[in-house]
Design a protein around this ligand. Structure first.
Ligand code: ASN
Length: 316
């Protein structure tokens, strides 16, 4: 099996001045994940590595760069899933850790449970030796500005829902195993304790070797209503291609509950798709040593991995 990785840096609105940073961030994450796969690493290791790279990148709404809740704090959700045995781990409403995706993986591997939240997740992180960092370290100037703007009396609540930007990855490895990972700061100015789609199995992501893997982004409450990730794999089980399944499920979410979003999909046979109903979604994929990436509908750049790695070391 030839390995494939697909990543996204969130569906929604990407302001012009952030476009290049987002393109560079998804490309870097895809190359890093692909590097893991090429060395014989598992799909699970590859998606974790790709998501960790974007959590560390302040351009994205995950890890450092997360949006703030109504009290001006970062509260993050993350999920990881192994398509081999349907094992999954998730955390929700976690604060003061750099990489929620690593904690989600620990939940999967070190507990009998699938989802730990808030205080319990914090105790678990401490028990696992995951370092606590000052909350301030996750906050960027941009997320603070956004938060303040949303508190203004004339702010438009619909507008700030468009500023999404979750990160995610799906992969198939050389043994034919698939995996997904998704991580987010959620929605700007959300209520304290709000748990979004990202932490919920079948909504924020799903992976099953018998069909494929998917990671979602967009309006969380809409994604949860249609259980978007599982819906896409259901369509694939019924014979649709990843692209057709993604478009059908996104269209259903739009018409049924008025929600917009984006998804990345890989099938167990290595077919992939990156589709969105929002105006933009940053995405990148590597298959057969060829990198593809884009942000706008119809935008697709192609480079060889060698060329991409060379421009990466020159600073993109
Ligand atoms: N940026 C996003 O994709 C938001 C995420 N789906 C949430 O609602 O928490």
């Amino acid at each position: 099996m030839r390995p494939v990785i697909v990543v996204h840096g969130g569906a929604g609105r990407i302001f012009k001045e952030r476009e290049e940073g987002c393109r560079a961030g998804v490309v870097r994450a895809a190359l890093q994940g692909y590097g893991v796969l090429k060395q014989g690493g598992s799909a699970l290791d590859a998606v974790e590595e790709a998501v960790r790279s974007m959590e560390d990148d302040p351009h994205f709404n995950a890890g450092c760069g997360s949006v703030l809740n109504e009290e001006g704090e970062v509260e993050m959700d993350a999920i990881i899933m192994d398509g081999k045995n349907l094992a999954s781990g998730a955390v929700s409403a976690v604060k003061r850790i750099a990489n929620p995706i690593k904690l989600a993986r620990l939940v999967m591997e070190k507990t009998k449970h699938m989802l730990l939240t808030d205080h319990g997740a914090r105790l678990f992180a401490q028990a696992m030796g995951v370092p606590e960092i000052p909350g301030e370290k996750l906050i960027t100037e941009r997320s603070r500005e956004r938060w303040k703007k949303n508190l203004e009396p004339d702010s438009n609540p619909v507008e700030f829902q468009k500023d999404l930007g979750t990160v995610g990855a799906v992969a198939v490895d050389s043994e034919g195993n698939v995996a997904c990972a998704t991580s987010t700061g959620g929605l700007s100015n959300k209520l304290v304790g709000r748990v979004g789609d990202t932490a919920c199995i079948g909504s924020g992501g799903y992976a099953d070797n018998s069909s494929g893997a998917t990671s979602t982004t967009g309006h969380g409450e809409s994604i949860m209503k249609v259980v978007l990730a599982r819906l896409i794999l259901y369509h694939m089980e019924q014979g649709m291609s990843p692209e057709m399944a993604a478009d059908t499920a996104l269209e259903y979410m739009k018409t049924r509950v008025g929600g917009l979003g984006g998804v990345i999909v890989v099938s167990s046979s290595g077919e992939w798709a990156a589709r969105f109903s929002t105006k933009q979604m940053s995405w990148a994929t590597v298959k057969d040593d060829e990198l593809h990436y884009g942000i706008y509908t119809g935008e697709r750049h192609t480079k060889s991995v060698d060329e991409a790695l060379a421009s990466e070391s020159e600073g993109f």
